[in-house]
Design a protein around this ligand. Structure first.
Ligand SMILES: NC(=O)C1=CN([C@@H]2O[C@H](COP(=O)(O)OP(=O)(O)OC[C@H]3O[C@@H](n4cnc5c(N)ncnc54)[C@H](OP(=O)(O)O)[C@@H]3O)[C@@H](O)[C@H]2O)C=CC1
Ligand SMILES: CC(=O)N[C@@H](CCC(=O)OP(=O)(O)O)C(=O)O
Length: 349
């Protein structure tokens, strides 16, 4: 009998789910035992994803809690907002470990969730149980937890660039402006007008200005780290590429620091955390440099005329922003090497 941890994936036919399949298929300690679909049970997953031909022969299972319990030890939920609100409590009550990559359990306040997601919030008792899995910042809480709420893609890129500054008390908290750009895969596989080829190609557009659901998530974490309320300006843009997020953050520093001091502080904050790479002085990262990988690369530049710092961070939204960080969190939960199943080089060019 296999001694591997048995994993089920709800939403396995979406972009987040199929990336989990790619990563978990090469994980040394995990076996995928159930790929689940709410709409196509009984059909082979490779029917919808021919790149899985001869790699994954499994047919999709339906959503039945007893059956999932029989087949799996851990369940990844990669479904639209609202689905995990119903399913996660049932799976947890059945004794399963759960990693939810949607936004359903990220926000502590149900009122705030309902305002930004326009959806009824989860049972607060389960929200309280969920550990926010920003792996590099909250690893101690992730270790040993049974229920992870995986961070959003924009919050992952943004928070990894801002938390060191705020945790060290260097940032003027009233000054944070975040400008983020994303590839189209962030919107999922479902068709909609804004992800049409002819709408996206040769185009660059802002969307959800001052209304993006990741705003309260970013503010919640920054406020927690700062131990006082932080409010940010956050604007997202859609760019004609498939994968990748680039966040440019502008922050006023409370006191004078040199660029060398700032870089050294970032390096110290992330010491021993292999998936965050700090660029050297005068260098800034690009999305292609992390494509298909679990890295978050960060560069900084200080404008000595204004004392304002520019921080630039990049991730692959489907890996570090979703499936990769979910696997990293599983590794931490299980007490395994944090990089198990994730030790691959970005695809370049
Ligand atoms: N794409 C990205 O970069 C990121 C996505 N996320 C989040 O991850 C989640 C999944 O996103 P993504 O994979 O992009 O989305 P997709 O639209 O590509 O896939 C979502 C999948 O969920 C399944 N689904 C739909 N309705 C239900 C339901 N009622 N019950 C169970 N499953 C359902 C669908 O499969 P089926 O019909 O077969 O059940 C579908 O394939 C979302 O919450 C998203 O916000 C988070 C970070 C980054
Ligand atoms: C391009 C695009 O539409 N991206 C999505 C990314 C959000 C996402 O993936 O959902 P979570 O809230 O679960 O992180 C957006 O901006 O809403």
């Amino acid at each position: 009998m296999s001694t591997k941890l048995r994993a089920a994936i709800i939403g396995s036919t979406g972009y987040g789910g199929v990336e989990l399949i790619r990563l978990l298929l090469s994980h040394p300690n995990v076996e995928i035992t159930s790929v689940i679909s709410s709409s196509s049970a009984g059909t082979p997953i490779a029917d919808g994803y021919p790149h899985l031909n001869q790699i994954m022969l499994d047919k999709l299972d339906g959503i039945e809690i007893d059956e999932i319990k029989r087949k799996a030890d851990v369940v990844f939920i990669a479904a639209p907002h609202g689905v995990a609100i119903e399913l996660a409590p049932k799976l947890l009550d059945a004794g399963l470990k759960v990693i939810d990559i949607s936004g359903d359990f990220r926000l502590q306040s149900g009122e705030v969730y309902e305002k930004w997601y326009k959806h009824k919030a989860a049972d607060p008792a389960y929200v309280e149980k969920a550990v926010y899995g920003l792996s590099e910042v909250f690893a101690d809480e992730v270790r040993g937890s049974d229920f992870i709420s995986n961070p959003g893609c924009f919050p992952t890129a943004t928070l990894l660039g801002l938390v060191p500054l705020i945790s060290n008390g260097w940032a003027d908290l009233s000054s944070v402006i975040i400008d983020s750009k994303t590839g189209v895969s962030g919107a999922g596989r479902g068709l909609n007008l804004s992800s049409h080829y002819s709408e996206v190609n040769e185009n660059l557009s802002a969307y959800k200005v001052n209304k993006h659901q990741h705003t309260p998530e970013i503010e919640q974490v920054l406020s927690r780290v700062a131990r006082e309320e932080v409010v940010v300006t956050f604007t997202t843009h859609l760019v004609p590429m498939t994968r990748g997020i680039l966040s440019t953050m502008y922050v006023n520093l409370k006191e004078k620091h040199t660029e060398d001091e700032i870089l050294e502080m970032f390096k110290q904050y992330y010491e021993g955390r292999r998936f965050v790479r700090i660029r050297s002085k005068g260098k800034w990262p690009a999305t292609k440099e992390v494509w298909g990988s679990n890295y978050c690369d960060i560069g900084v530049s200080l404008d000595e005329r204004t004392g304002r710092l520019t921080v630039i961070s990049v991730i692959d939204n489907v890996v570090k922003g979703a499936a990769g960080q979910a696997v990293q969190n599983l590794n931490l939960m299980m007490g395994w090497d944090e990089g198990a199943g994730l030790a691959f080089t970005p695809v370049y060019p």
